[in-house]
Design a protein around this ligand. Structure first.
Ligand code: MN
Ligand code: MN
Length: 393
């Protein structure tokens, strides 16, 4: 049957394999997943699902904001990290709380005020804007409040089974403590607790706080010694022919000892080079654009997934992968790792630094790559890692 180029994609490859999808179908989903509908011929075998969209998650709506999460419950392969997408209204508060997991975050829209106190009675109060990160170590209490424009951000926790609805919160603890104990603990009459909430508040509408200077609380022991926030966009990016990268881990954001990240831009036509990460699974969050990623897991198995803004992707440790920009705008996405440092192995770099005769023997026919090796053109860029390649004209 003739393959037509129409608005409705069909599961028919250019070589004629496949047939029309005549039955019940979700055309919108098929259009978002062209590489599931018509996989590249090089795809084969079975891999776990490596994609989940925040748009397919439950929205927790509150007066003051909303949240939704992608955890191991939604994406079972993602055991190392979990993500929460949250928005707060102007003045909206994610109440004072803590949890067993560390919290890494990036502001996506707007501004917020974040507060914390560490185990030595030193405090942290700061305003964060777009591209700013924060990190709250495990067990350290904190809060987040939207400023004038409100805000939206991504939280990443170093445990795939985390749930933001199962944290330890101040209102929940009050509600489950006898009032005479609260009275003794705070040295005020029992009547002071007559109207406290009967359960966890989670997110609530507050009033927009005054300027930061007016809200500072001087701590006798001073502020936290290592800042809990980091200005990622102020960091000079690594610039490659096909895009940019900003890497942040414990080497430049010292408090972040369990989460490492790279904020990657792939320009139209660009390719995030073939590589893998030796020490940690990769949890991805797509911010803009459309991309496809193919993951190779050995034994003849490879699978391709399509991603767009709001999608989470995942790559198990050490599996080979690459990411292509499939659209006409830049793809911005985060690569996240449960690790104190960012580490990857570049296929180009490996080949360039291996005896050339040995590498050439792999390719039975004469290839462009052999010519590049013979002419000594596996050059400086391969040796330092290419990271993002430009459009191949
Ligand atoms: Mn938290
Ligand atoms: Mn990667």
């Amino acid at each position: 049957m003739e393959k037509r180029k129409g608005h409705i994609p069909q599961p028919i490859r250019s070589d004629g394999a496949g047939w029309w999808d005549l039955g019940p179908r979700d055309v919108m989903r098929d259009m978002e997943n062209p590489d599931l509908l018509v996989p590249p011929e090089t795809d084969a075998g079975t891999l776990p699902n490596l994609k989940f969209s925040f748009s397919d998650t439950h929205m927790q709506l509150n007066h003051g904001g909303w949240s939704r999460q992608v955890t191991v419950r939604q994406l079972p392969i993602a055991t190392t990290l979990a993500g929460v997408n949250m928005a707060l209204t102007p003045g909206g508060v994610r109440e004072l709380h803590w949890h067993q997991q560390a919290e890494w975050a990036i502001m996506l829209v707007g501004r917020a005020r974040i507060t914390s106190v560490d185990q030595n009675g030193r405090n942290f109060i700061a305003d964060v804007g777009v591209g700013d990160l924060w990190f709250f170590p495990p067990g350290i209490p904190h809060s987040i409040q939207g400023l004038e424009q409100g805000c939206e951000f991504l939280l990443v926790f170093d445990d795939g089974s985390f749930s933001d609805l199962n944290t330890l919160s101040i209102s929940d603890w009050f509600a489950h403590t006898p009032k005479d104990v609260l009275s003794a603990n705070f040295g005020v009459p029992v009547s002071a607790f007559a109207h406290i909430p009967k359960q966890q508040v989670y997110i609530f509408q507050g009033s927009i706080p005054g300027p930061l200077e007016t809200q500072k609380v001087p701590a006798p022991l001073g502020p936290v010694p290592l800042s809990f926030s980091h200005r990622l966009l102020a960091q000079e990016p690594l610039v490659f022919p096909g895009g940019t990268v900003r890497i942040v881990d414990s080497t430049n954001f010292p408090i972040s000892t369990t989460v490492a990240a790279a904020l990657v831009e792939i320009k139209p036509g660009g390719l995030r080079e073939m590589h893998w990460h030796p020490i940690a699974d990769e949890w991805q969050y797509y911010i803009t654009g459309t991309a496809r990623m193919t993951v190779f897991s050995g034994d003849g198995t490879a699978r391709t997934f399509d991603y767009r803004a709001g999608d989470v992707g995942y790559v198990p440790r050490a599996l080979g992968h690459y990411i292509q920009n499939t659209g006409n705008q830049s793809v911005w996405f985060l690569e996240m790792f449960r690790s104190d440092r960012f580490e990857e192995v570049s296929l180009n770099q490996w080949m360039a630094l291996t005896p050339h005769q040995l590498v050439q023997q792999k390719f039975k026919c004469r290839t462009r790559i052999n010519e590049r090796i013979e002419k000594g053109k596996m050059g400086r860029s391969e040796i330092s890692g290419l990271f993002i390649l430009p459009k191949n004209e």
